[in-house]
Design a protein around this ligand. Sequence first.
Ligand code: SF4
Length: 501
Amino acid sequence: MHIYVKGIEDERLIRPLSLIADLFFEESNLSTENDGKADIVITIKQQRINDEMNITAILEASSDDRNHKASYQLEPNGQLDEKAFFKLIKNAYLYVFLKVLEDYTGIVQKWGLLTGVRPTKLWHQYRKQGIEPEQAKRQLKEQYSISEEKLDLLERIVDRQLEAIPDLYDLKREISLYIGIPYCPTKCAYCTFPAYAINGRQGNVESFLGGLHHEMREMGQWLKDKNVKITTIYFGGGTPTSISAQEMDMLYEELYESFPDVENVREITVEAGRPDTITEEKIEVMKKWNIDRISINPQSYTQETLKAIGRHHTVEETIDKYKLAKECGMDNINMDLIIGLPGEGVPEFKHSLDETEKLMPESLTVHTLSFKRASEMTRNRTRYKVAGRDEVEKMMEEAQSWTKAHGYHPYYLYRQKNILGNLENVGYAKEGMDSLYNILIMEEQQTILGLGCGAASKFVHPVTGKITHFANPKDPKSYNEGYEHYTRKKIDILEETLFSN
Ligand code: SF4
């Protein structure tokens, strides 16, 4: 879809306008120059009348003889600095742009102008400022055109998070730990995480684990020296249960030896995602080291789907491994499902919910498929037939009503680019079983220190809230070559952020 936008003088508006256009069209091309090829022309004007500014948009399309109009009024306070003034104007431009596109396409964007990953953060900001929920809702609706349904969801999730972590806003001087193990039995077609074959061309597991043990010792010593507490620990990847039981045992032993006060960490999770990596011996190792929470991820209970997405395990194996983990005493298990997998519609998704009902895990995370740029699925998009926007929404509604009827509540949410139907990923949990790490990583209230392959660290300044990012390399080979450097670098950033005023 070629869109020609007239009346844009500030180049900084082009990217946010393009992001809004992408919500409506699979391939959109936005231009501020008229090349004569535009399918639609949107003219945006701004007019000042006394203290008021009026922003209007008119959409004209060759395929449609109706004109679509929208307007937005603002009263900019004379005291605003340039940055705040631009933000206000940008919001007004995006608002009218969104509204004419909604009118033209008939698609209502329930998240309105929000294209970011973490809408709950906005709600937390209002909470911290002491703004009442009704007023927050009014403002978010007026400024961002967010639907009542999504505003209610934000409110419920944030309330839930503060019940699970009452001191959420006071954990800035603690950290959480993410440890990335970059191996998987096979690569899922939608995946862009580091997921290498064990002992493949990317160097062997032993070398990788050697580097990881080094990072753990060094970082652990620094945290001990500085008396920094750890709130939660998460082993992700890849699949951290891809390595052998003995390697897992040594890794957890290192964890307890190197890091301060691991016995009192609030939650330790191991993402055991792929059922084909789980054995009784590995579950026993996790029990031995008091791993609180694991994930065993079906994604779908339809065998053909698993085959189509490159997961070489059976539906039965997921169920068997879940039961095995329960028998071994694992009492906090999460399961992931994905809405919109290739070939799946409402009946297949309902089937997955029916199967979930037989197991009733402590938490259920419902993802919506997203076409990430570097995935196999995106590279060969035409090979993968996925459901349309309306059907994807129906599946999301099924997930909402199923979880509600079965005593699960939503406790964290995030969105991704190119997510089907512009929807979201939502974590649901039974009472008291919310994953604390998931809340902390989403709400960016404290530093997350990433160790291992593909581990992204986020350093949150305890006073200003400013976030500094640092990522370890995704591939084991580069990691093995540079882990000492990455460790030092992170200690430097920690010194600068956690211990500055
Ligand atoms: S199991 Fe997870 S990390 Fe591994 S390939 Fe599949 S999506 Fe990627």
